[in-house]
Write a protein that binds this ligand. Structure first.
Ligand SMILES: [Zn+2]
Ligand SMILES: [Zn+2]
Length: 332
């Protein structure tokens, strides 16, 4: 196999299993370091080993690939990846409305997210970097978001559309952490709570109902905030009146996100049932922070299918045209 393909696939698999970002970054850096090298340059082992961006492990991967073998490190990762049998629903998905780039806390530039989305066969992807208050995630100030908006159109062509967007923080009182006129300009607004997740039930209900009722919100992100596994440990779901929150989503045409990250699995099964009953739309999103995580929608699709969510109520199974019609809906 081509060394660059081996390095890239390793990076993607490390991202998908949510290893330390430094690990996958090393493989991405090595792939960039050998991009454009001639075959003669690649086989010059001594020169290659000295090249910036190539370390012992990445050098070994390149050598094994050049020898015509599947590098052992890659073989291990492939085996660990396991098999998610993609059901009908996964095949019906056409895009993703929630991901991050290195403008906020994502691992790579926008272009690498777009390349990975295209490789998955997506027709569209919304870039939804964080909002200003989320400082730990380098949330975008209004100025930086405006600058990002200038870059977005260049990633769209006949076969693929990069939608502009934001994952805007829901503040304690239910207000959104970005200027309304700027939210107005975006294709997709995902609203999520990232702080004070243990608020009393009544206050949390008011907060989420306010967010779901905001005229610029399209998707309510990882609604309970729970963490069920993984490096960050676990966290119980926020407490709120789910029937009231999902009723607000349904009446404002806001989609409830089915967050595909295995550590989130948000909303929990029983709340997906409440949202279904309330008549909500859904958006199956990856919340990818690296290219290799866009494929995590496999898990969200598997859950949605198991829970009986009909494809016609999943906005990410819609054509771009239908999606645009929905985002352009009459807002109240
Ligand atoms: Zn989030
Ligand atoms: Zn996110």
């Amino acid at each position: 196999m081509e060394p660059i393909d081996a390095l890239t696939e390793i990076a993607e698999l490390l991202e998908r299993e949510r290893s330390s970002r430094y690990k996958s970054a090393a493989f991405r850096k090595a792939a960039a370091a050998i991009e454009g090298l001639s075959p003669a340059e690649l086989v010059d082992a001594a020169a290659l080993r000295r090249r910036p961006g190539i370390g012992d492990r990445t050098f070994a991967v390149i050598s094994e690939a050049l020898d015509g073998r599947v590098p052992a490190y890659l073989a291990d990762l492939r085996e660990r990846r396991g098999v998610v049998v993609p059901g009908h629903l996964r095949a019906a998905l056409r895009g993703d409305l929630h991901c991050h780039s290195d403008w906020s806390d994502g691992l790579t530039p926008i272009g690498e997210m777009v390349d990975a989305a295209r490789a998955l066969g997506h027709e569209y992807l919304a870039l939804t970097d964080h909002s200003p208050r989320l400082r730990v995630a380098r949330g975008l100030s209004p100025e930086r978001l405006r600058a990002q908006l200038d870059e977005i159109p260049a990633f769209t062509d006949e076969g693929f559309t990069l939608l502009s967007g934001i994952e805007v923080d829901i503040l304690d009182d239910g207000e959104l952490d970005q200027d309304d006129d700027l939210l107005e300009r975006l294709d997709i607004v995902v609203a999520s709570a990232h702080s004070k997740l243990r608020m009393p039930r009544a206050a949390m209900t008011r907060r989420l109902v306010a967010a779901a009722s905001h005229p610029r919100v399209d998707v309510l992100g990882h609604v309970t905030g729970r963490l069920v596994e993984g490096a960050r440990g676990t966290r119980p779901p926020s407490e709120f009146d789910a029937a009231a929150v999902f009723a607000a989503c349904a009446s404002h045409g806001v989609a409830v996100e089915i967050n595909s990250r295995p550590e989130r699995q948000d909303p929990p099964d029983e709340l997906v049932a409440v949202a279904l009953e309330a008549g909500c739309l859904f958006s199956i999103d990856s919340d990818a922070h690296a290219p290799g995580q866009l494929s995590l929608i496999d898990y969200g699709a598997e859950r949605a299918e198991r829970l009986g969510v009909p494809p016609e109520r999943i906005v990410t199974a819609w054509s771009l045209e239908a999606l645009r019609e929905w985002t352009g809906r009459e807002r109240t």
